[in-house]
Write a protein that binds this ligand. Structure first.
Ligand code: VGL
Ligand code: ZN
Length: 211
């Protein structure tokens, strides 16, 4: 894969999704093996001309938290005004250590950090749109204005924020590769297989090998 990953510094960008403490060991919503991707992404970032980071960034009473609902537990599903929403443990609350990037991630080279999920009533898995599928984050405009047409995605979690971002990016007309070796999944009730299938069907390139 390292030979196949030919990066064009002008039109390619690396999107590093939600590499934050709450998704790592000991965090509120720990993703198994999350730390393993840190050194991989550290090696990847200098190979790209443009790097964008995303940060899950919730207000304390965010409606994606089970704690914001009566008699609901994490990982249950509720219907909010825009459709089905999985409920999560409180995580990535704005300004808390859990919302900070993993200390091993060198954030200096990032040209842009997109914070998402800060509107109380709507979650935002995707880096492009909130879960209502209608409210944009502004990332597509940024990428287009910078002449970026090809995106390489890595980070957490493969089956939520990475796949939602990849699917939206395809819908918006970007070429998209997900670097699976640099992603880890939550895998809730088959969500990983479902996400991989959806991404493949949408024309996302799933890069399996070492990078
Ligand atoms: C994520 C669940 C809730 C993610 C964020 O980064 O994949 N998953 N918030
Ligand atoms: Zn979240």
């Amino acid at each position: 894969m390292s030979d196949a990953l030919m990066i064009d510094a002008d039109r390619d960008a690396l999107l590093v999704i939600d590499l934050q403490n709450d998704f790592c060991s000991g965090g509120a919503l720990a993703v198994s093996g999350a730390e393993e991707v840190v050194p991989i992404i550290e090696r990847l970032m200098p190979r790209f001309g443009r790097v964008v980071l995303t940060q899950d960034w919730h207000c304390p009473d965010h409606h994606s938290f089970a704690s914001a609902h009566q008699a609901r537990a994490p990982f249950e599903t509720v219907t909010l005004y825009y459709g089905e929403q999985t409920l999560w443990p409180d995580h990535c609350v704005q300004g808390t250590p859990g919302a900070a990037f993993h200390a091993g991630l060198t954030t200096d080279r990032a040209e842009l950090v997109i914070r998402k999920g800060f509107h109380r009533g709507v979650d935002s898995y995707s880096a492009f749109y909130e879960n209502d599928r209608a409210t944009p984050t502004g990332l597509a405009g940024y990428l287009r204005e910078r002449g970026i047409s090809r995106l390489f995605l890595c980070g957490l979690a493969t089956d939520f924020c990475v796949s939602y971002s990849a699917l939206d990016a395809r819908r918006l007309g970007f070429e998209v590769t997900v670097l699976l070796e640099a992603c880890r999944a939550i895998d809730l009730a088959g969500s990983l297989q479902a996400a991989l299938t959806q991404m493949r069907e949408a024309g996302v390139v799933l890069a399996e090998g070492s990078i």
